[in-house]
Design a protein around this ligand. Sequence first.
Ligand SMILES: Cc1cc2nc3c(=O)[nH]c(=O)nc-3n(C[C@H](O)[C@H](O)[C@H](O)COP(=O)(O)OP(=O)(O)OC[C@H]3O[C@@H](n4cnc5c(N)ncnc54)[C@H](O)[C@@H]3O)c2cc1C
Length: 457
Amino acid sequence: MEKYDAIIIGAGMSGMAAAIRLAMFDKKVIVLERHYELGGLNSFYKRGKRNLDVGLHALTNFAPKKTPGKPLTKLLKQLRLPYETFKINEQKGSQIVFPDHTLNFNNEIEFFISEIEKEFPDQVEGFRQLLHKIENYNETALDNEYLPAKEVVRHFITNESLLEMIFCPLLIYGSAWENDMDFSQFVIMFKSIFLEGFCRSEGGVRTIISSLKERMDAVGAELQMKTGVKEIISKDNHVVGVLTEKDEEIHAPLILSCTGFPETLKLTGLEEKLPRTGAMSFTETILFLKEKPVDLGQDSSIIFYNNRPHYQYQKSESYYDHESAVLCFSNNFNTDDYDEGIARVTFIANYDQWKKLERKEYVAKKKDVLQDSIAILKNHLPKWDGQFEFKDVFSPTTITRYTSRFGGAVYGSPDKTRDGRTPIDGLVIMGTDQGFLGIIGSILSGISMANYHGLQS
Ligand SMILES: Cc1cc2nc3c(=O)[nH]c(=O)nc-3n(C[C@H](O)[C@H](O)[C@H](O)COP(=O)(O)OP(=O)(O)OC[C@H]3O[C@@H](n4cnc5c(N)ncnc54)[C@H](O)[C@@H]3O)c2cc1C
């Protein structure tokens, strides 16, 4: 039986980053991944000649080269990767579109403030004070208490429409809670979206995954694909190893898992008192168009669209909610590496409803998602005739099929474990359910959990 210093469950972004970090310091590490592709929630696939990203709309946390202490530059430094590795291009600009107001933003906070000044002049002073609080807040402190963010932000922003507009991108890009988020998470997301901003890797998520894989190989981290873990073995409340779905036992005194908090504890045999399964899942429509969005009248990178007076960030009552959406135009970043136009539409969805569908109904429901995506896109691509070259639609059950996440919960459980600890010694959670999500957040989580639990003697 093979013995390792650490076993990593899942080759998600955090799993790959943790493996690199541990192997860099001569730990004998193995990554076990159930799927046949790397990347987890943010992977890729090919259909004919086309390369598709599963998740990637944008990277958050843009930082120019040589900006010290920012999440992006920090993670590259920790993994010993040159800045150029991720081939980063900034966004052109994004929008938050509500029925009565539109706010534009880019990677310069002063531009966002000028937009707030135009739409909500009496709120600017409060917004600047909020900014001051955010800039001075240590959102990554492992002992921060959980605070509902809206309660805190209402001390600074007294206009509910503006408050909802500020929360909309932050919730849909990173909250496992419905309609609110923990204040530390709010600060993480605010900094990553409004203060640092959006960018995209030329070549999409493949560029990031292949750089991480190359680095794993270079430092000698082992990887076994198509090797799910079916059991985590422990003795006297300390992990001993895992049993794989191939009935192979692998032993290590440290196990870091990026499969999710409830999902990981279930592997230990714990059936009761599992952390809650998250409610937030999504449908995603990807359309390849003959023309580029800019030629169809749209130059925004991402549009956060909401058609209600209030933004409803909650599990959809029906299969999906088309009163709000995220529209992403992957061509609208500083370098456009696509031959065709691309438009992506994300709707909040309801996993339980999708799960009940028989095959025929499932196919029909995906057609409805496509039609509603086209209808919303037409409003934002004024010169588009609705024709497309290729389409793909995925649902909450697709997310579970490819990542084993309970409930298709993209942002994991609402019960996070900030320091990664679990009731079993030596078993650590990283990635989404440690509370750091998105591509940059998960990579950072993998690094910090490896440093904290694997490299401190
Ligand atoms: C539609 C969509 C759009 C997104 N858009 C963006 C975006 O634009 N920008 C952004 O930054 N982020 C985006 N994200 C979020 C981002 O993808 C995730 O937050 C991040 O990838 C999570 O990484 P992770 O390390 O926590 O783990 P995961 O990605 O969840 O990886 C877990 C891995 O564990 C494996 N696994 C599960 N169970 C087992 C088992 N028993 N044994 C072995 N392996 C197992 C899974 O197969 C998976 O590979 C998006 C996600 C989705 C789904």
